[in-house]
Design a protein around this ligand. Structure first.
Ligand code: PLP
Length: 398
């Protein structure tokens, strides 16, 4: 008659420091526990409108259309490709590491001709290289430039205005599309002021909502390009989804409880104040960077991102020396110290671990995370000195 629990009891909290999914605030979990509504209930339209308006406000766009999908980030990527790029057309994807590679593979699979600029490990996008490729496209065959704001694998944040400047310097008409999955709600972002035509994102990172909701924000120019794009599509189609009726907006039943969660999360962001949210991310990132910098003195690990100004406020990728097994550090951190961190993706697998520091976090949580990671590093015999955590405390106390 014994019924073993699916999850054995662990005293206290497990600290979730993956760069997505991130910690979900109680207010968001509570909002998601509401009953779904009948499709004609005006309150449902209110929830959807709340999400659309909140995202517009956070993205800093006056008039972009917001399309929400019951999907993850890959779904929004596919929506972008199928709405904007017909098979055989060209798209330029700026190399940022694993996530630009994955987006490129998807676009290729969907028939796009993908031109890529190389990713130089440890460095952000070089806007000059992008500009050169645009300049050489004399027949203006490139329909769109795709760029990832923060590449979560390399923990590098790219200079988005510099890419807009590259397009403008060449006078290239390509649409500018930016992936903000890992940066929205953590780093400064301004869709209209930065001249971006399409933005895509997902719920489970800076937006503090469980995985399962994605969005595209689309300006009038991109809507017009989409209208004339002959690529076959239905479910993801922006023209079909542009409607006042929720059933059409979602091409069927809206993912109601996910939307309730997102609405609550956006409410928390505006209650704290966007500027305060961004400043908090900066402070917490500084503390993580202070610890990693100190740990690095012993030569067993270091920052993957070589350009301090480009280090993300959302996540920090830590490169380990040969002989150190980051997966072991990760397992020890999770199983013995209740701190969940992330591993390496793509070419970084087995070479890095990643500390997520975005979303619903405060100084005590970051210190707990760093303490757990430092203890795991010690337990694994990785020499990191004894002052990393202290440096983080000092950084936060400044
Ligand atoms: C997480 C992430 C994605 C993919 O999101 P999924 O929800 O896992 O599909 C895309 N781009 C970036 C920058 C990400 O960090």
């Amino acid at each position: 008659m014994s019924s073993a629990p699916a999850y054995p009891y662990i005293p206290g909290n497990r600290f979730l420091h993956s760069p997505g999914p991130t910690h979900v605030p109680k207010a968001v979990r509570d909002a998601m526990s509401n009953q779904p509504m009948d499709m004609g209930d005006p309150r449902l339209d209110g929830v959807i409108r709340g999400c659309e308006q909140g995202l517009r406000r956070l993205l800093q766009t006056e008039s972009a259309d917001v399309f929400l999908y019951g999907a993850n980030g890959h779904g929004a990527w596919e929506a972008v490709v199928v709405n904007l790029i017909a098979p055989g057309q060209k798209v330029l994807i700026a190399g940022t590491g694993h996530f630009s590679d994955s987006w490129a593979l998807m676009a290729q699979a969907m028939g796009a001709v993908v031109v890529r600029t190389p990713y130089c490990e440890g460095f952000p996008i070089d806007a000059n290289v992008v500009e050169q490729v645009l300049r050489e496209d004399v027949d203006r065959e490139i329909v769109a430039l795709f760029a990832v704001h923060t590449d979560t694998a390399s923990s590098t944040t790219n200079d988005i205005p510099a890419l807009r400047a590259a397009l403008d310097a060449v006078g290239h008409p390509a649409l500018f599309v930016v992936d903000v999955v890992a940066s929205l709600g953590a780093a400064e972002f301004s869709m209209d002021a930065w001249g971006i035509n399409v933005v895509m994102g997902a719920s489970q990172k800076g937006l503090m909502t469980p995985p399962g909701l994605a969005f595209c924000a689309v300006d009038a120019r991109a809507m017009e390009v989409g209208k004339h794009n002959p690529a076959h599509r239905f479910y993801w189609d922006w023209q079909l989804r542009k409607s006042d009726f929720s059933y059409r907006k979602f091409c069927g039943t809206p993912p109601q409880n996910m939307l309730m969660g997102l609405q609550a999360a956006l409410g928390l962001i505006f209650e704290e104040g966007v500027e305060h949210v961004l400043a908090r991310h900066r402070r917490l990132a500084n503390a993580v960077h202070a610890a990693v910098e100190d740990w690095s003195q012993e030569g067993s690990l270091g920052f993957l991102c070589q350009v301090p100004e480009a280090r993300s406020v959302s996540v920090t990728t830590v490169l380990v020396a040969p002989g150190v097994d980051p997966e072991k550090v990760r397992t020890v951190a999770r199983e013995q110290f209740q701190v969940s961190i992330a591993g390496g993706l793509g070419p970084f697998a087995g070479r890095v671990f990643r500390i997520g520091h975005l979303g619903d976090l405060n100084p005590a949580m970051i210190l707990g995370c760093l303490a757990g990671v430092e203890a795991a590093l010690n337990r694994c015999g990785v020499s990191v000195g004894a002052h990393g955590l202290h440096r983080a405390v000092q950084s936060l106390a400044e």
